[in-house]
Design a binder for this molecule. Sequence first.
Ligand SMILES: Cc1cc2nc3c(=O)[nH]c(=O)nc-3n(C[C@H](O)[C@H](O)[C@H](O)COP(=O)(O)O)c2cc1C
Ligand code: SF4
Length: 439
Amino acid sequence: MTDTLTPVLTANWADDRSWTLPSYAARGGYAALDKALGMAPDEVITAVKDAGLRGRGGAGFPTGMKWSFIPQDNPNPKYLVVNADESEPGTCKDIPLMMASPHTLVEGVIISSYAIRAKVAFIYVRGEVLHVIRRLQAAVAEAYAAGHLGQNIHGSGYDLDLVVHAGAGAYICGEETALLDSLEGRRGQPRLRPPFPAVEGLYASPTVINNAESIASVPSIIANGPGWFAGMGTEKSNGFGIFSLSGHVTRPGQYEAPLGITLRQLLDLAGGVREAPNGQARELKFWTPGGSSTPLFTAEHLDVPLDFESVGAAGSMLGTRALQIFDETVCVVRAVLRWTEFYKHESCGKCTPCREGTWWLVQVLARLEAGQGSAEDLDLLLDQCDNILGRSFCALGDGATSPITSSIKYFRDEYLAHLEQGGCPFDPAKSTLFEEVPA
Ligand SMILES: Cc1cc2nc3c(=O)[nH]c(=O)nc-3n(C[C@H](O)[C@H](O)[C@H](O)COP(=O)(O)O)c2cc1C
Ligand code: SF4
């Protein structure tokens, strides 16, 4: 099965001191930058377009097309901003990437900035991950010292400064326009669009915002050619991506594979659903294909190809490929309540449907989980979701409804069981599922 994997971004993670420049250079690091600097900026954009790279931050927007929206006749400076805020529950790919191989991202930043003619770039990192920030700063300092950043890079005449910026730790600051406000020193709240960031982004200047994994994928595309990248994955979802398996899985971690791989294949690679402490087999109950904002899947979706189109057609979203695995011992109502509490806490408060709606969702879910609601509460929840979905100012509100509507679709009986039993049927003290756990 191991030939199912396509280690590219993760290829050097196990190398000795993989995060240092000598280690990265020993594998040919920064050779792609040389190659890119020998191309015209528009040729670099064309290569990324031809590769079919789509944004790895969740929405899957074509990266090369986004770059080509930058109006080059605008006299303002152009900026590249890397979104490394990574705060979605379950999403855990950018942080290990930046820890293990920060130079992959730094090289990607330089090539991408060259393509869009930016002279200043920013990596916006979630503030809580101080270890990542320090590692990135060290890599940037190494890159300056080696002449990969700064003035006249590799003797090409191209200049670039790269700033690593620490956010203060808010999920909403991963939304690209809230991120820009935060980077400008304001409270992070989404901006009204249009104007789009490509036209008026950072400091009202043309700005490209891309996810860290998107930008880190660029050096390999330049080094190996767009055909190499487009040859992997599916017809419309090209290339590879990092799939993050977490939760009730034997070997959780990062599995880099072509888009279109299935959870069944990934679970095979990861040793399957984790067994009980007494060795008893456990069943897959539900999972998220792309983080908590994407509608839940169940065991019936094990063979859905994990590409943008197939996951969408099956009723969810590929999102960030954050595959959170839950076995049959987990109460879906409790899991959904926890996620909803997160959305309520992280709602920035700018718009009423999300600010008020997420608060109400928690109230209704909490009483259902405690077995104190009524069957009508399920319709009430769906009605509340209906008033949030598509009526919120940004996608945080939409995402908050995904776990609720999908869990009611697949597990309505489990909600009702809470009411019938006057509490959680998964209470370890009562359930036979937990027999092996000492009291
Ligand atoms: C609430 C919210 C949080 C988000 N968090 C992130 C994040 O942490 N990282 C990220 O790359 N994109 C995040 N996004 C998506 C970004 O708005 C944007 O689509 C993405 O950075 C674009 O990069 P890409 O085209 O390379 O995927 C978030 C969106 C929303 C609505
Ligand atoms: S949907 Fe939520 S997070 Fe987004 S602007 Fe409205 S209140 Fe803020």
